[in-house]
Design a binder for this molecule. Structure first.
Ligand code: CDT
Length: 319
């Protein structure tokens, strides 16, 4: 469904960033899917080829809770995708000819738990799935916090890394929430020629380890996605689950960023809201072929520390 006028060189994908407001702890999957369907139909009305939903879109952001019973944890996970509740989304998308990307908690047949985002084509078939690489937060109960962030307890880290797929007329990659703060995420995708990065997120505005960052939550959100887009000559679509969810204020500000680093569309509310932009994938070449001509200008032999070590190692002469 990529728009290509006869004789026109541009590859334009119309993208809807489908922000969600809060999802309650007791909200059923089918009720959430009804909200996703409303946004899907709005997107179709606006001529979208692709709709992007947030991270862990089908439930409340459950890593905020300390849960001891594995059955209670597993209740937030999908054992198949499409699941019974999301089948209606897949079939509606196929009927309308609109692709989508959806974040969900994945429980695999061999018992692994992943924070996953799926990419589905306009025919309703899965193109690919990405499993979150950077898991933030902590492993154990930390009662001093007003709410927990237990992604490191409830999820296994993704091991497939950052892959790309040929889809929607371009090269598409995915990342999830905390991944967007790491330049490595975009660069590994950029080195595979990515033209469109789809990112769902849930970002509590209060950051308990350092509350001085709270006021900067929106600034940091834009900063990392704009930098990632510009430095890799790619479109970036960041989609939030925002608003006050079970007493925790979460950042909204979903946005679509051009390869220039400019935000071309941004959510105005903290609730369910569709933000649409026409994204010309050929615009990426302006950056990939000039300032960020990787093949011409990169010096990978100067960057070996990036893959050789994890933490900071201050050299002896600098101590
Ligand atoms: N979901 C997610 O990855 N959220 C993190 C919160 C960081 S604080 C533990 C984020 O980077 O937005």
């Amino acid at each position: 469904m990529v728009t290509r006028e006869a004789g026109e060189m541009s590859r334009t994908v119309t993208i809807g960033a489908a922000q969600l407001g809060p999802v309650g702890l007791h909200e059923r999957r089918d009720e959430v899917v009804d909200r996703l369907l409303v946004l899907l139909h709005q997107a179709h009305h606006h001529g979208c080829d692709l709709v992007v939903y947030p991270e862990l879109a089908l439930t409340t952001f459950f890593p905020r809770y300390w849960l001891e019973d594995q059955a209670d944890i597993d209740a937030f996970f999908e054992t198949e995708m499409p699941s019974a509740a999301t089948a209606a989304l897949f079939s509606a998308a196929a009927r309308l000819g609109v692709g989508f990307s959806l974040g969900f908690a994945e429980l695999t047949p061999d018992g692994h738990h992943f924070n996953t985002q799926v990419l589905v084509g306009p025919d309703g078939r899965e193109i690919g799935r990405y499993r979150k690489v950077h898991l933030p937060g902590h492993e154990e109960h930390e009662p001093w916090r007003p709410f927990q962030h237990l992604e490191r307890r409830y999820f296994d880290p993704g091991e497939e890394g950052f892959e790309v797929w040929k889809a929607f007329g371009g090269v598409v990659g995915m990342a999830i929430c905390n991944d967007r703060r790491w330049p490595e995420t975009y660069r590994v995708l950029g080195l595979q020629g990515v033209e469109l990065v789809l990112i769902g997120y849930n970002t509590p505005i209060h950051y308990a380890p350092d509350p001085s960052q709270d006021i900067l939550a929106g600034f940091h959100n834009a900063l990392v996605m704009q930098a990632g887009a510009y430095q890799n000559g790619t479109w970036v679509v960041g989609v939030a689950k925002g608003g006050e969810e079970e007493g925790v204020a979460s950042l909204a500000q979903s946005c679509i960023v051009a390869p220039s680093g400019q935000i071309v569309a941004q959510a105005l509310t903290t609730g369910d809201e569709l933000v649409v932009a026409r994204c010309d994938l050929d615009w990426c070449a302006r950056y990939k072929g000039t300032l960020f001509d990787f093949d011409r200008y990169r010096r990978p032999e100067m960057y070996t520390a990036i893959t050789a070590q994890r933490g900071v190692v201050v050299p002896p002469h600098a101590r």
